[in-house]
Design a protein around this ligand. Structure first.
Ligand code: ATP
Ligand code: MG
Length: 574
């Protein structure tokens, strides 16, 4: 491809609305353009990267025995009513009506459509297992679309669905997908971890997320430094902490005493004011759990984990209550809530059970209780693991030290069990003639998010550094003086030779200053740059530079194509 004909409008300035580096660089390199919040056009360079990732996904999905199909983006409400998700899914589901007032949505995911397809076609155990996938555009009306392709509203996803006759088969399907995902992200050149994860709105009981490690990640990955335990912070179990092994001094019980804490609302304000450490305070958080308020207690230095709260209470939705609700149920504004005398259900994190002589809100403006004792002074319905793991907590598997990294979720594999086959009648006849429910799994990869994550992990001040397998082009061929006939001739020859070898080459044939070309070469992140200049040509060599290492080599003109071909086959080896 000749750059003069490629629509890749690069930008020198960092666009002001782009917060993370991948979003900035995709805009600057002319890969994407915004159309509306969370909705983007993919320009030729961006689309080439998307297609490369899709092809890797395709190869590995096919290798794992899955078959590609294509389902519609528009889905009728009836299917979602069958599964029960029409009511459950909330505002991320973009719903609309057609001219006949029939209800539809734009698919955020395709469990309903695929389950309906398979239940209507598959009758016998002999037709199972089956794993069907597609690469297709999804729409989720995300509350906060941001970071470009990382969290869009319209985005491209690979989604696969497996159907098995029994649990062992379903486990095999799941493992095959887990392995395929590892191969996919390895081939994309990413540093990632597969971690235990929550299942969210998709449902099911067991899942792993594939996390690309990067500081801009929205998720936190908790992993053990000694064994292979790794989990999303949302899910990471708490078994014990280093401090558990230290025997707490037996303190004489103190009486409950109401103290004035004027205007002191936050943990920091209250503990500073009273001269105590945060682990002596119990935070009382009022959550709206589906339709009713519930008080959740955690130690002052711990963070409540909403996913754990939701799962422990088997709730569909959990969010911090509106301040008005807090005021109504506690009798005091946010900041002074406490469990003593509270009339709503109270659940507490297990660490609270070990506390005594602690400080709690008094449910009265500007007052707290000191000397509180959970057993003596208030009623806790249940003690549960309700907080986030943190530095100092021990691995729930082996007791080793936990580490914390930020991660970007690029893929997610779920065991769905019979959630959809049950609600939608996905049954088959088994060998013994009995009617049984199919056991399902579902498996997603965000294609655009994978591209963005690759940039988050691979860039420098100059721009993107694409891993070879997903680079939009392999070689950036840069003639310094496009008017010098020898330079032009040598460039055209090499362009022809590389192209003949199947090497994707971008020839910068623009009449631009060398500085501009070098900048654009770095910005677009093409792995190998070949500079054709008059001086080197006189000596019979070309300069080959590797974007990742910055290493340059002077290579005889006649050997350049072969050398590049060798290096690329090495990097593209499957
Ligand atoms: P998140 O927690 O980031 O919202 P999710 O758990 O809702 O993700 P899944 O339903 O598991 O995501 O979707 C499968 C994959 O689709 C995700 O692993 C991610 O790579 C991608 N994906 C999900 N939401 C978006 C989005 N808004 N923009 C781009 N990619 C997305
Ligand atoms: Mg989501």
């Amino acid at each position: 491809m000749r750059l003069s004909r490629l629509h890749a409008p690069t930008l020198r300035e960092v666009p002001s609305d782009a917060e993370v580096v991948s979003h900035q660089l995709m805009l600057r390199a002319g890969m994407i353009r915004r159309v509306a919040a969370g909705v983007y056009s993919y320009l030729p360079l961006g689309l080439r990267v998307i297609r490369k990732i899709e092809n890797i996904i395709r190869e590995e999905m096919n290798r794992a025995g899955a078959q590609e199909l294509l389902l519609p983006a528009v889905q009728p409400a009836e299917l979602w009513k069958e599964s029960g998700r029409w009511e459950e899914y909330g505002k991320e589901l973009l719903r609309f009506t057609d001219r006949n007032d029939r209800e539809f949505c734009i698919g955020p995911t395709h469990e309903e459509v695929i389950t309906a397809l398979v239940r209507d076609e598959i009758r016998s155990y002999r037709q199972l297992p089956v794993n069907l996938y597609q690469i297709q555009t999804k729409f989720r009306d995300e509350i906060r679309p941001r970071f470009g392709l990382m969290r869009g509203r319209e985005f491209i996803m690979k989604d696969a669905y497996s159907f098995d006759a029994d649990q062992e088969g379903a486990n095999r399907s799941y493992e095959a997908m887990r392995e395929a995902y590892s191969r996919i992200f390895t081939r994309c050149g990413l540093d990632f971890r597969a971690v235990e994860a929550d299942t969210g709105a998709i449902g099911g009981r067991f899942s792993h997320e594939f996390m690309v490690l990067a500081d801009t990640g929205e998720d936190v990955v908790v992993s053990c430094s000694q064994c292979d335990y790794a989990a999303n912070l949302e899910k990471a179990e708490i078994q014990g902490t280093e401090e558990d092994s230290v025997e707490a001094p037996e303190a004489a019980p103190r009486p409950l005493e109401k103290v004035s804490t004027p205007g002191m609302k936050t943990v920091e304000q209250v503990t500073n004011f009273l001269g105590i450490t945060p682990d002596r305070l119990v935070k009382t958080l009022i959550y709206q759990v589906d339709d009713s308020p519930v008080a959740v207690l955690v130690r002052g230095d711990h963070d409540a984990n909403e996913v754990k709260i939701r799962n422990s209470l088997d709730a569909a939705q959990v969010e911090l209550a509106d301040p008005k609700v807090t005021e109504r149920v506690t009798g005091a504004p946010v900041g002074f809530a406490g469990p003593v005398g509270l009339k709503i259900p109270v659940i507490a994190d297990t660490a609270v059970a070990r506390m005594s002589d602690c400080v709690v809100g008094a449910n009265e403006t500007d007052f707290h209780w000191t000397g509180a004792d959970p057993e003596r002074d208030f009623h806790v319905t249940r003690y549960l693991d309700l907080r986030n793991a943190r530095q100092g907590d021990l691995c729930p598997r082996c007791g080793g030290e936990l580490q914390f990294h930020r991660g970007i979720e690029v893929g997610h594999v779920f065991k769905l069990g019979t959630k959809y086959s049950k609600s939608m009648g996905g049954v088959f006849l088994d060998a013994d003639g009995a009617e049984k429910l199919m056991i399902m799994g579902c498996y997603g990869i965000g294609v655009g998010r994978t591209a963005a994550a690759a940039i988050e992990q691979n860039h420098d001040e100059g721009g993107i550094i694409w891993p070879v397998p997903i680079a939009p082009f392999h070689v950036y061929l840069l003639p310094i003086h496009p008017k010098d006939t020898e330079v032009v001739q040598a460039s055209e020859n090499l362009y022809r030779d590389l192209t003949a070898l199947g090497i994707e080459t971008l020839l910068d044939d623009r009449d631009e200053r060398p500085g501009v070309k070098f900048k654009d070469a770095d910005l677009t992140g093409v792995p190998i740059r070949v500079t054709v200049g008059p001086k080197n040509l006189k000596a019979g060599v070309l300069e080959v530079r590797f974007r990742k290492t910055g290493d340059t080599e002077l290579v005889p003109v006649s050997e350049t194509a072969a050398l590049i071909s060798d290096r690329l086959s090495e990097a593209l080896k499957v």
